[in-house]
Design a protein around this ligand. Structure first.
Ligand SMILES: [Zn+2]
Ligand SMILES: [Zn+2]
Length: 254
């Protein structure tokens, strides 16, 4: 692993390592995980795990892909490129040795907690009347979310909530390898809560403090509940949680 890493970093500029790599890995993850969710829709035996009956038309997927790519070019990629000088300036290391698995896991846990808090309050701000009318209405266009729709948002929303992904990097200054694992993890979590399926083997069943697809799916239908992206505790603590009748076919449950 370390030999492979040394080969990858040797001869690469800081821009390639700290700006291009995070951009490439996060977008490959978005595309592949979104396509995986799309593929799930083609398997009839999995329909019983769908949270809502409705299945979006293929034309909607193309619409979301077109919009998301434009949004990424306007906001997500400039945010990553704008963060890279700070990553270098703060001394985020690219050199060997690679961090241990324990260090990576502890860093991921910290990142999820920090990002969750930032995203929760940013998301509630986006639900004020002005921000909802001008910005956040786009993400709520789909009351039946699906994997790729995780990036279906206004560019200002992506910048605002996306800063929560950068923030723990600025605080902890982890190794570049951990930074890449973090952005992939965050994208996978975003796709998972928008996938529209509640499987029996979902992580939130065994770790009930994690946000599930049903939990965020309810947000797309009720708007003023379930704001957090990763953990349920802030919604529970601040009285915005709605966890009644979550699960497959719970669309009509209030
Ligand atoms: Zn959403
Ligand atoms: Zn919302």
């Amino acid at each position: 692993m370390e030999t492979l890493w040394q080969t990858l970093i040797s001869g690469s500029s800081d821009f390639t390592l700290y700006a291009l790599w995070p951009t490439i890995v996060v977008n490959i993850t978005w595309l592949l995980s979104g396509l995986f969710c799309l593929w799930l829709d083609s398997i009839p035996s999995l329909r019983k795990y769908k949270i809502q009956h409705h299945v979006n038309e293929t034309v909607e997927f193309w619409r979301v892909i077109r919009h998301s790519v434009r949004n990424k070019l306007i906001s997500e990629i400039p945010l990553t490129f704008g963060s890279y000088p700070f990553f270098v300036w703060l001394g985020i290391s690219k050199d060997l040795p690679l961090p241990s698995i324990t260090t990576v896991l502890l860093t991921l846990a910290f990142c999820l907690v920090v990002e969750d808090a930032w995203h929760y309050f940013a998301h509630r701000t986006l639900h004020t009347r002005w921000a909802m009318d001008k910005i956040h209405y786009l993400h709520h266009h789909y009351m039946t979310p699906f994997g790729m729709a995780s990036s279906y948002a206004h560019p200002l929303e992506t910048l605002f909530t996306g800063f929560g992904t950068v923030l723990p990097m600025l605080i902890l200054r982890p190794h570049l390898f951990t930074l890449l694992v973090w952005v992939v993890t965050k994208q996978l979590q975003a796709t998972a809560v928008h996938c529209g399926y509640e499987f029996p083997w979902r992580p939130s069943r065994f770790l009930p403090f994690l946000v599930s697809a049903s939990f965020h799916d309810r947000h797309h239908r009720r708007f003023n509940r379930n704001f957090a992206p990763n953990f349920v505790w802030l919604d529970r603590l601040l009285g915005t949680a709605d966890e009644k009748n979550l699960g497959p076919r719970a669309a009509k449950a209030k």
